[in-house]
Design a binder for this molecule. Structure first.
Ligand SMILES: [Zn+2]
Ligand SMILES: [Zn+2]
Length: 350
């Protein structure tokens, strides 16, 4: 039974290697000597990202309606499975260590992650830990205080701020380097990495071939379905960095920008409860209250736990969450009905 593997903590788990695993995380001020520097545009990325988006929107608006029935099922399902590789794998398992997974599940999650076609696992995890450790400071790779466009996609179009290199490299990644699954995929100390060929095959080649050879989809539509799914998933991931750092309530900590955003939760398999997540990054649910429809990643982890593949699921005690809300929350109602009504004036920092 999965519940026997859930541990309720009164304080952040001490052994956690997770960056930002304080009970109430706030932006950690950087030392005074933040390196300054210009961030020139990387034109190759600007043009590449623009072309991808134009292609995806154009083909969705024109030819995609002629796709065969099974392509309509296959492509979104492929996107959901790839999304789980990011949410249950890269994010909740590796970046935050909010639960533990046996080797077969770790291999499966790495496989799903490769289907998404994002940056290699090691970099994704390091960037995310850096984001939590230095939220909305120059060392945050997608610093939301620089506006919607920058935090959504602009950060990928320019050279990184020197502070990211200076402070991001100090984030502890020893647990990640010790994982043989990550070592196989993309150990940065290796001269050859398997991640790129595996990712290219699983993200682009395989999902193009299957519709063509299994139900006679046209090459044209099959290729465009892959582009649409890829761009869709990229933007779903970006939503957490932009929308969920701007619009929504802050029931757990009104002093930080991350918000509770049900729309983002819908598009990201449950990663939109971001005010909670920045307060309790080590909770495997990444949300306080349960509704699998808006948090399928939690459902996935619990099913895996039921099969004995996931264990040591971490979550805070209810009283700890309530204390946090009373102390720091904005008194707003979260999606499922929150419990408090603060009357005292709020002192927002942002
Ligand atoms: Zn965030
Ligand atoms: Zn996180």
């Amino acid at each position: 039974m999965y519940s026997s593997t859930v541990t309720q903590f009164e304080e952040p788990p001490k052994k956690s290697n997770t960056e930002g695993s304080t009970a109430v995380s706030e932006p950690i001020p950087l030392p005074k000597e933040v390196p300054q520097g210009v961030q020139p545009l990387i034109w190759r990325n600007v043009v590449g990202i623009a072309i991808l988006h134009v292609l995806a929107v154009h083909s969705f608006a024109t030819n995609y309606k002629e796709a065969k029935f099974w392509t309509w099922i296959w492509s979104p399902m492929y996107g959901v499975m790839a999304g789980l590789g990011i949410t249950a794998g890269a994010h909740r398992l590796w970046a935050h260590r909010s639960y533990s997974a046996k080797l077969p599940l770790r291999i499966f999650l790495a496989y799903l992650y490769c289907m998404a076609g994002q940056t290699c696992l090691y970099k994704w995890i390091r960037d995310h830990r850096t984001h939590h450790r230095f939220t909305e400071t120059p060392a945050d790779p997608h610093d939301a205080s620089r506006g919607f466009f920058f935090s959504h996609v602009g950060w990928l179009m320019m050279k990184r701020h020197p502070a990211i290199k200076k402070y991001g490299t100090k984030v502890d990644m020893s647990d990640i380097l010790a994982d043989p699954v990550i070592q196989f995929a993309d150990n940065p100390n290796d001269t050859f990495r398997y991640y790129t060929p595996i990712m290219l095959f699983l993200c682009f080649v395989l999902p193009t071939l299957v519709p063509v050879y299994c139900w006679n989809e046209t090459w044209y539509i099959s290729i465009h379905a892959v582009i649409i799914r890829y761009v869709w998933l990229l933007n779903a991931t970006f939503l957490v960095n932009s929308f969920a750092h701007m619009w929504g309530n802050r029931p757990y900590n009104r002093l930080v920008k991350p918000t509770e955003n049900p729309t983002v939760a819908f598009f990201t398999l449950g990663e939109g409860w971001h005010n909670y997540h920045h307060s309790f990054p080590w909770d495997y649910k990444a949300a306080e209250l349960g509704a699998y429809s808006l948090n399928p990643t939690t459902a996935f982890i619990e099913v895996m736990s039921w099969f004995g593949l996931a264990y040591d699921l971490k979550t805070p005690k209810k009283e700890v969450i309530e204390k946090t809300c009373l102390k720091k929350g904005d008194g707003s109602n979260s999606l499922w009905g929150h419990h408090y009504n603060r009357e005292e004036p709020l002192q927002k920092r942002h």
